[in-house]
Design a protein. Structure first.
Length: 430
């Protein structure tokens, strides 16, 4: 069997090793001519990386590659095309699979849920868009294992199977530079539920109509969270089935938006275990993931926070609203074809004292801010050292300096992780 692996990042490397172990002949196809191929597979690189794919028996699309780009050059390969997630769900030996999607909060919710199941004594593996590609731990699974997958719209775009439990968090416009509009983005998310059975479970965010719409594609039981009968906040307590798990002040996660992620994880966990001690233990100790409202250090009486993962206007707003202190915000980056009017209005109504703008979207955000009546704006330069220096120059004692860019990182940085790591290094050098 001849297999083409389209894209050779972490997921592509996992796919190559998996199909090679099945006895297939592997050809790596990637636009990057300089990729490392330590396993010595055949390669088709550069501008011609998508040429003549019809000669392969299987074409494996990795998540970042839009299938439309592949099919535009190779319209006949659609029946041969698959993905790591499709293959994993096809061969997975356990039915105990939980898939989590949404615009933001997937990684946090996935991590909380995994830790709860582990604390309750379950055999758990986790991966997908976070952690490791699931084909890497396929050999470790038994019929009693539980698998928690964070799934992006890129991974769900052409998936043909659904997990036993699906969770849809808040969904707002994102990745419109990749998707053909918002409806295409929503349709991809809906695939998490489209192939469920009546015995399966669809969990959705009660306060987000789009989340409800997406989950409605499931023929299974539909359970809202942030509302009864799922987990919700009642009298400042995380509550489910009339049982108080913990007070919200006991949560280590910053921000009321994380109450949503906690309630999503608790609702999903409740379908598996009602071990309240395990749930409470995780909720009162888990402090969050890197680059998600991550405290860096205090300098000159101002606290610096890394929220580089905040790549949409909506996430920048919730990050901003997580702090009562006056704020200096760093906004901007590369465009995802979304508007900034709502963000600008939120900034103008808040106690944000100053905004440092960066990247290609700086002029667009500046125009939106000025239209909203906010004028305390400066430019931060192209290097993170200069960006942090610009923020530090206007920060005062008692302020929060918050990197929550509302945009993708490309152009200035490799990805959101690189942006966050550079921010932490620059803050450390102050």
């Amino acid at each position: 069997m001849n297999v083409a692996i389209i894209g050779y990042g972490i997921e592509g490397q996992s796919a190559a090793k998996y199909w090679h172990a099945q006895g297939a002949t592997i050809t790596v196809c990637d636009h990057n001519e300089a990729i490392a191929n330590p396993d010595g597979f055949a390669a088709q690189l550069g501008e011609q990386y998508l040429d003549n794919l019809d000669r392969f028996d299987v074409v494996v699309r990795t998540a970042g590659i839009n299938p439309g780009v592949i099919l535009a050059k190779n319209p006949g390969v659609a029946p041969k095309m698959t993905t790591v997630i499709n293959e994993f769900l096809r061969v997975c030996p356990t039915q105990h699979v939980i898939g989590i999607t949404g615009t933001k909060g997937k990684g946090t919710t996935t991590t909380i849920l995994t830790r709860i199941l582990q604390a309750a004594g379950k055999d758990v593996r986790w991966g997908g868009n976070i952690g490791v590609p699931p084909l890497d731990f396929l050999h470790e699974l038994t019929p009693e294992s539980w698998v928690v997958l964070e799934l992006s719209s890129f991974q769900l775009y052409d998936v043909q199977r659904s997990p036993h439990i699906g969770v849809c968090l808040m969904v707002v416009p994102e990745h419109l530079d990749w998707h053909d509009g918002m409806q295409d983005y929503i349709a991809a998310k809906a695939h998490l539920f489209s192939y469920q059975k009546p015995t399966d479970i669809a969990i959705y965010f009660a306060d987000n109509e789009t989340s409800h719409q997406i989950a409605s594609h499931s023929p299974g039981a539909k359970i809202p969270y942030f509302a009864n009968p799922g987990a919700y906040v009642n009298d400042d307590h995380i509550t489910i089935d009339d049982q108080r798990i913990c007070h919200v002040d006991e949560l280590k996660l910053l921000g009321e938006h994380n109450w949503q992620n906690v309630c999503a994880a608790v609702t999903a966990a409740w379908q598996v275990t009602k071990d309240t001690d395990a749930i409470r233990g995780v909720l009162t100790t888990f402090a969050g993931l890197a680059h998600r409202l991550e405290f860096v250090r205090e300098v000159g009486g101002a606290d610096y926070y890394d929220d580089s993962f905040g790549t949409t206007p909506e996430t920048a707003i919730v990050a901003m609203e997580s702090f009562e202190q006056p704020k200096v915000m760093i906004l901007g980056g590369s465009s995802k074809r979304v508007g900034f009017e709502g963000l600008a209005a939120a900034v103008a109504k808040s106690n944000v004292r100053h905004v440092v703008l960066i990247g290609d979207t700086a002029p667009t955000i500046e125009a939106a801010l000025k239209t909203a009546g906010f004028n305390n704006i400066s430019r931060g330069g192209a290097a993170m050292h200069d960006i942090v220096q610009a923020a530090a120059a206007v920060a005062k004692r008692g302020d929060v300096v918050l990197l929550s860019p509302a945009c993708a990182s490309f152009g200035l940085f490799k990805n959101y992780k690189d942006r966050g790591e550079q921010f932490k290094l620059a803050v450390g050098a102050l």
